[in-house]
Design a protein around this ligand. Structure first.
Ligand SMILES: *Cc1c(COP(=O)(O)O)cnc(C)c1O
Length: 284
């Protein structure tokens, strides 16, 4: 689509006196906006007719890239692709019309759904508790790392400010660690794409007392199942660190094995990738 046809900015399309809307008649009588909060100057808004507005925004939407118009690798995964049926369920009036400040006893149905979901996730992952507060995978990583930081601090172990992240990791892992005020230490992969445990052992021997956690994805971002998790868990726990499981690729392990049983302490799940469309629309 040729965006230039309509200009790039809605302001460039503005023509004095054009209108793109017509408001319905006010049914509630006149209301004078108090002087105190009235504008001193007219707002600088573009003046466009409706057709120009519709064309402009339709053209802009054509600049979005998604699974329906091309291959989509990593990045912004939450927004990649949700099957329409999921959107329909999320839009059920009993969910959509809830108010965050509604009295708890008027939302028992939604509460029951959340409780059942948390219990099911504990059962599937081998974890003891879940929170549904984070809105996306990266948000979950940040919450998990904050929990890990708080855990070490609660024990007076304040030197643990490093996080080991494999060189194959998703970009959000080092980003979340940095946002959480932690330093990233990279562990190499072997030629076969799995973690180099000899390199990991060296890192743990040299920096063990400063290691807060190691983050891992399994199957990893190359789609390979990391077989040496028990050995890795032993090394990380041995130096006093915690093992974090990035659950973005949990889909192929679902019902087969559980991160909690493998020695992972903290994790997030990308519910959309695990229970909707597997990672990247193509699956891990
Ligand atoms: C998708 C993904 C994330 C981030 O998830 P968002 O929901 O997009 O924030 C983190 N780690 C891995 C391995 C991922 O694939």
């Amino acid at each position: 689509m040729n965006n230039k046809l309509y200009g790039n900015l809605i302001f460039e399309l503005s023509r004095e006196g054009r209108r793109g809307y017509s408001l319905p008649k006010n049914r509630f009588g006149d209301y004078e906006i108090p002087q105190l909060i009235q504008r001193k100057k007219e707002p600088e808004l573009p003046e466009c007719d409706e057709l120009t507005v519709v064309r402009h925004y339709t053209n802009l939407s054509g600049n979005n890239f998604g699974v329906d118009n091309g291959f989509y690798p990593l990045g912004s995964c939450t927004m990649k692709y949700n099957p329409c049926i999921d959107e329909e369920v999320a839009a059920l009036p009993a969910f959509q019309n809830l108010h965050p400040l509604q009295p708890a006893d008027s939302v028992r149905g939604a509460e029951a759904v959340c409780t059942l979901l948390k219990q099911s996730l504990c059962e599937l992952t081998g974890m003891k508790a879940f929170t549904l507060r984070p809105f996306a995978g990266a948000h979950g990583e940040l919450v998990g790392l904050m929990i890990i930081r708080a855990y070490h601090e609660s024990r007076g172990d304040e030197r643990r400010l490093k996080v080991i992240v494999p060189d194959s990791a998703h970009g959000t892992n080092p980003a979340s660690a940095a946002v959480c005020g932690l330093e990233v230490v990279e562990v190499k992969s072997l030629d076969d794409g799995t973690i180099d445990t000899t390199h990991l052992r060296t890192l743990v021997e040299e920096q063990g007392e400063e290691i807060a956690a190691m983050m891992m994805t399994n199957p990893n971002t190359l789609g390979l199942f990391e077989k040496r998790i028990p050995e890795i868990a032993e090394m990380i726990h041995g130096c006093g660190g915690l093992l974090y499981y990035d659950g973005a690729n949990f889909n192929p392990m679902l019902g087969v094995c559980r991160p909690g049983d493998m020695g992972f302490d903290v994790m997030h799940l990308n519910l959309h990738k695990t229970f909707s469309t597997p990672h990247g629309g193509g699956g891990p």
